[in-house]
Design a protein around this ligand. Structure first.
Ligand code: MSP
Length: 508
């Protein structure tokens, strides 16, 4: 079995999770579940980023110790993962000893080899971004862009990592590894960024200014710059498991350049480690055209949507609506459109009809196919086409299109049922009509089984529930489950299943 190591970004422990964080976890979970279905052994890591200025400031604001504060926020993120049915194998916190140990060992090794040096820094510093700024970062009118918050003049001694030394190596690496970043066009943006000379990276913060961090092993008067600490989580979590390099680091587009596309591969290379095999970069959930974020106030609380509509409706929406890599506007109206038309009406209807009619006309036992005519042949052909397109789409992270194909197949199955009208056949005593009735019941049940097998990585518990009411236990090999057959013959179905009830209260 092939092993597949995938990670999400680790979320800042400076506020509660919102829809953007939930999306990244669900997306990575969908990829993980899909790869497991395809036979890989998946190791899926997520976690929280718990050091740095922002966290220290948030804790102070609430009048609590940083450790107590991050314990609470990290627990919220862990609870979110559980509630979203996220199948992560591990959850790393950057305040854990296992992480700090690796960060300190790598820093020491880089220091010993002269990759880190001390120098005096004079210039501008943005507290909000925890970043040193240069003249070129100013706006044409001389002011600083709003994202930097308050910018102060400072002079201080710090430690620097020799980023510049590896600029040519990185350019060459990107040119020879065309698939390093998905979607591909983002790799060009990185190369564009690398046309300007890189500055060495300041990786220390004096303790007087920031206490909440990992002390530098070679100078305890400083703590480690939070990005240098955080990026190493992907490695520290598996350092003793032989899983490095990761197959994918899944991240949002805001943290590609420079942290993941520049610092990260260079940090690894300078430490004698290979870069991750690829970065998967997703877009943003927007609200009113702007990135949904804590600092902008009102965000969508994923848990309230899950409480109201169920976890699979939430997962389905996120994956169906977003084309991986692009941005998407979140609105409750659009959520309700997908919920009602695709889940409640289209899929919900097929489930209800299959269970009702099998109960009414076949005493709850799925019959064998008796005759196969054009309508059955057409539906089977559509299935083969749907599956043969959907699986490669999922391999290319086009989960939204794969779901669309799956829904179209469900629509076609409902149309098939209209055409066969089993409720009419059930009233006839003619042998031919009885044969067609058995055929149509078997066909709709098989189509339903296949459709939900195809969606299993997105809606795992819905697929399980539907299999259960169909009296069916899937086999171990997912690809075999996608073959049209007579797997349900003789199965005893439940009388009903309420899957996607109409919302009663107002959403919000
Ligand atoms: N702590 C850093 C990442 C360190 S990784 C070594 C960080 N944290 S974050 O909490 O701000 O963001 C975590 C992830 O959530 C990022 O990949 C980010 O892109 C993603 N999202 C945050 N808001 C988002 C949206 N509105 N939409 C989609 N994802 C976005 O950055």
């Amino acid at each position: 079995m092939k092993s597949f190591y995938i990670t999400t970004a680790i979320d800042y422990a400076n506020g509660s999770p919102h829809l953007g964080h939930a999306y990244e976890k669900v997306l990575t979970d969908v990829i993980s579940r899909f790869r497991r279905q395809m036979g890989d052994t998946v190791y899926f890591l997520t976690g929280t980023d718990e050091h740095g200025q922002k966290v220290q400031a948030s804790a102070r604001k609430q009048g609590v110790e940083p450790q107590a504060y991050v314990d609470r926020i990290s627990a919220e993120f862990q609870a979110l993962c559980a509630r979203l049915d996220v199948s992560n194998n591990d959850f790393i916190r950057t305040t854990e000893p296992r992480h700090k140990q690796v960060v300190r060992a790598i820093l020491q090794q880089l220091f010993d080899r002269g990759e880190i040096y001390q120098a005096e820094y004079r210039g501008f510093y943005s507290t909000r971004q925890e970043q040193f700024l240069q003249e070129k970062d100013r706006l044409p009118d001389g002011s600083w862009p709003e994202i930097y918050g308050e910018v102060t003049d400072i002079v201080e001694k710090n430690y620097f990592f020799r980023l510049r030394k590896y600029q040519d190596w990185l350019i060459d690496y990107l040119r020879t590894h065309e698939d390093f970043i998905f979607p591909k066009y983002r790799q060009k943006q990185v190369l564009e960024f690398l046309k300007e000379p890189l500055n060495d990276l300041c990786i220390s913060r004096p303790k007087e200014r920031l206490e909440w961090g990992i002390p530098l092993p070679f100078d305890e008067n400083y703590v480690t710059y939070v990005w240098f600490d955080a990026l190493l989580n992907y490695y520290s979590a598996v350092a003793d498991k032989g899983l490095w390099p990761a197959d994918f680091n899944v991240i949002g587009k805001d943290i590609l350049v420079p942290p993941h596309a520049v610092y990260w591969p260079i940090m690894l290379h300078a430490s004698g480690l290979p870069p991750p095999k690829a970065l998967l970069v997703h877009g943003w959930w927007l609200q009113g055209g702007a990135k949904m974020s804590k600092s902008k106030g009102e965000t969508v609380n994923p848990l309230s949507l899950v409480d109201q509509f169920g976890v699979d409706a939430f997962r389905y929406f996120l994956i169906r609506e977003m084309n991986v890599g692009q941005d998407s506007e979140f609105t409750v109206e659009q959520f309700l459109v997908r919920y009602n038309s695709e889940l409640a009406n289209n899929l919900g209807n097929l489930v209800n009809r299959t269970l009702n009619m099998t109960t009414r006309f076949a005493a709850g036992v799925i019959p064998a196919v008796d005759v196969t005519e054009d309508p059955e042949r057409e539906l089977q052909e559509l299935w083969t086409k749907t599956r043969d397109e959907a699986v490669p789409l999922c391999e290319q992270f086009q989960f939204h299109t794969a779901l669309e194909r799956g829904m179209a197949f469900i629509t076609a199955t409902n149309a098939y049922i209209e055409k066969r009208a089993p409720w009419k056949l059930g009233k006839s005593a003619e042998a031919k009509d009885q044969a067609l009735l058995r055929t149509s019941l078997a066909t709709m049940a098989e189509a339903l089984r296949l459709a939900v097998a195809l969606m299993r990585h997105v809606t795992p518990s819905t697929t399980d529930k539907i299999n259960a009411v169909l009296g069916y236990t899937p086999g171990p090999v997912w690809r075999d489950e996608l073959v049209w057959g007579a797997k349900l013959k003789g199965a005893r179905v439940a009388e009903s299943l309420v899957l996607f009830p109409r919302p009663e209260k107002k959403v919000g």
